[in-house]
Design a binder for this molecule. Structure first.
Ligand code: ZN
Length: 360
């Protein structure tokens, strides 16, 4: 592995030392004293970039295996740059439209079926759906079903509202459009497919500006497994009052038993979990709601990235797991929630050496 120059070099070095523990096939119990706190599931991973070339599929699956990731969701990307654009990142190209489309789901499906691997176990996700055009979603599902019957088990990441994309033609999905989701949400329920939504909660000036959108979704479709990604946080919302945020999340989770959240994207660690006083507020919340939380990196596989880049994202997004209790560690980082959601027979190992790092 090439030497990392990132500010997380020390964390990476520790993680790398510990990685062979993950690769061992199924220890009877998971010893937190000697094994790493990195998640073994990446339920939020984009195999396709916004534009430009991706990391080759076989290289990415090898990276995951070498990082100790045993299960991963295969997302496309909900915002694709035009094929003839020189851009690889939408933020560098305001004015260039970005749209969801079927292409990356088809390419991912082709790669997964033509280049099979034992580790990690991959779950295919439909990322093409345009939530502002609900009538197009079921027909898109049919296209994928026809080409790859039974292969897709998840839907997402889809953009309910993503402020970072406003300069590229995206706008928040409207309440009226959400009300039009009925047919495809019914299809997802029939197939037990979770749907992962990027729904910004707001910005630093108006932290709950868009709360009504995700609330409308879970109110209207209470029987769907809805995963609210990044807990609604983003680069535009880096300083919401943790008490207010936690209360709002708790209320939603209490009211909607099928709703989940994910802790993906390093923005959450950088702006919240790396800060001890803020972290101290989230730990009891994560422990209490540990059955309702999924792990993920939100890595985007553009070909300028290396194994170190992936390992850094995994390390940063897993940072919080060293502080949670054993039950939460097993449910989230060791994958039990993920297995339950997908109705897999796999069982997370029990934890036999508690190493919950004390707060502060
Ligand atoms: Zn994402």
């Amino acid at each position: 592995m090439k030497t990392s120059t990132s500010p997380y070099a020390a964390m990476l070095a520790l993680a790398c030392l510990a990685i062979p523990c993950h690769a061992d096939s199924g220890p009877a119990c998971y010893d937190r004293l000697t094994q790493p706190h990195l998640a073994i599931v990446d339920s939020h991973l984009h195999f396709r970039p916004f534009g430009g070339s991706p990391i080759l599929h076989q290289d990415l699956t090898r990276m995951l295996k070498n990082a100790g990731v045993l299960y991963a969701n295969v997302f496309g990307i909900g915002q694709t740059l035009p094929y003839d654009s020189a851009c690889t990142y939408y933020l560098n190209c305001p004015g260039t439209p970005v749209m969801p489309n079927l292409k990356n789901d088809i390419i991912n499906a082709q790669n997964v079926t033509e280049l099979p691997v034992q580790v990690p176990k991959l779950t295919m996700s439909m990322s093409f759906a345009d939530l502002a055009k609900p009538a197009t979603v079921k027909p898109g599902m049919s296209v994928l079903d026809q080409e790859f019957p039974g292969l897709f088990k998840w839907m997402g990441e889809l953009n309910l509202v993503k402020q970072a994309l406003f300069a590229n033609g995206h706008r928040p999905v409207t309440l009226e459009e959400i009300r039009g989701w009925g047919p495809f949400m019914a299809a997802l329920r029939e197939r037990n497919m979770p749907i992962g939504l990027h729904g910004d909660l707001g910005d630093n000036d108006q932290p709950t500006k868009y709360l009504n959108l995700i609330t409308e979704v879970v109110n209207l479709y209470p029987d769907n497994k809805v995963v609210w990604l990044h807990m609604g946080l983003s680069k535009e919302l880096t300083d919401i009052d943790p008490d207010k945020h936690i209360k709002l999340l708790s209320n939603l989770l209490d009211k909607h038993p099928n709703m989940m959240i994910d802790l993906s994207w390093r923005v959450i660690a950088d702006s919240y979990f790396f800060k001890p006083a803020i972290r101290a507020k989230y730990i009891p919340f994560i422990n209490k709601y540990s059955k309702r939380i999924l792990p993920g990196t939100d890595f985007v596989a553009s070909d300028d990235k290396t194994f170190d880049s992936y390992l850094e994202e995994l390390t940063v997004t897993s940072y919080i797991y060293q502080f949670v209790d054993d039950e939460a560690f097993r449910n989230i980082a060791l994958g039990q929630n993920y297995f339950d959601m997908l109705r897999l027979q796999d069982k997370a190992p029990v934890v036999c050496g508690s190493r919950q790092v004390k707060q502060l």
